[in-house]
Design a protein around this ligand. Structure first.
Ligand SMILES: Nc1ncnc2c1ncn2[C@@H]1O[C@H](COP(=O)(O)OP(=O)(O)OP(=O)(O)O)[C@@H](O)[C@H]1O
Ligand SMILES: [Mg+2]
Length: 180
């Protein structure tokens, strides 16, 4: 082994998605349609990351997903509380928002790791803020503004597991995807 190989830390590679799909979300009803296509595929242990800049529609998507899962009450943004729990008929769902984490220590001390991949569904806004401690999700949805009009958004879905892949297939079957 060369000296440099001995002193270098092992290379860590970001996991590669099994598949990627893109969707144009012309307005909020398109966001709701996407959420409605994915909702039946969620099950205990499912982890979904929601990325995108401020106001790109992460909470709106989560709200539509919860509506599709039968939740009729309020859906508050967890930006200030960090997590909002929902006791749904099939499973518990925890809606996290890590925007306010500024260091990896804050994430580690939060104790949230118990819930992620545990016996519940986890939706995580701003996963980048807890990235060092987070496992790969089943599905990573990346939302972005679209140039045309204030309502336009785009979504890119990345599957990292077979059940994430099933979500992408369901979204495409529902006519939500523009390209795979
Ligand atoms: N196609 C669309 N899909 C979703 N939301 C849309 C769309 N078009 C416009 N909007 C609006 O964009 C806003 C998205 O706000 P939302 O709170 O969901 O963003 P966010 O990504 O969660 O932001 P933050 O990073 O601050 O948590 C809402 O006011 C919503 O009505
Ligand atoms: Mg939000």
């Amino acid at each position: 082994m060369s000296d440099s190989a001995r002193t270098q830390p092992p290379a860590t590679r970001a996991p590669q998605p099994l598949a990627i799909c893109r969707a144009e979300l012309a307005d909020e009803s398109a966001t709701s349609a996407l959420a409605g296509a994915l909702a039946p595929l969620l099950e205990t242990g499912f982890v979904m990351f929601l990325s995108g800049e401020l106001g790109s529609g992460k909470t709106s998507f989560a709200r539509a997903l919860l509506r599709a899962l039968g939740h009729t009450g309020r859906v508050r943004s967890p930006t200030f509380t960090l997590v909002e729990p929902y006791n749904l008929s099939s499973f518990e769902l925890y809606h996290f928002d890590f925007y306010r984490f500024t260091t990896d220590d804050e994430w580690r001390e939060s104790g949230f790791d118990e819930f992620i991949g545990g016996p519940c569904v986890a939706l995580i806004e701003w996963p980048e803020r807890g990235a060092a401690g987070l496992p790969a999700p089943d599905l990573h949805l990346r939302l972005a503004y679209r140039d045309a009009g204030p309502q336009g958004r785009t979504a890119q879905g990345e599957a990292y597991s077979q059940r994430g892949l099933a979500c992408l297939n369901a979204a495409c079957a529902a006519g939500c995807c523009n390209s795979a």
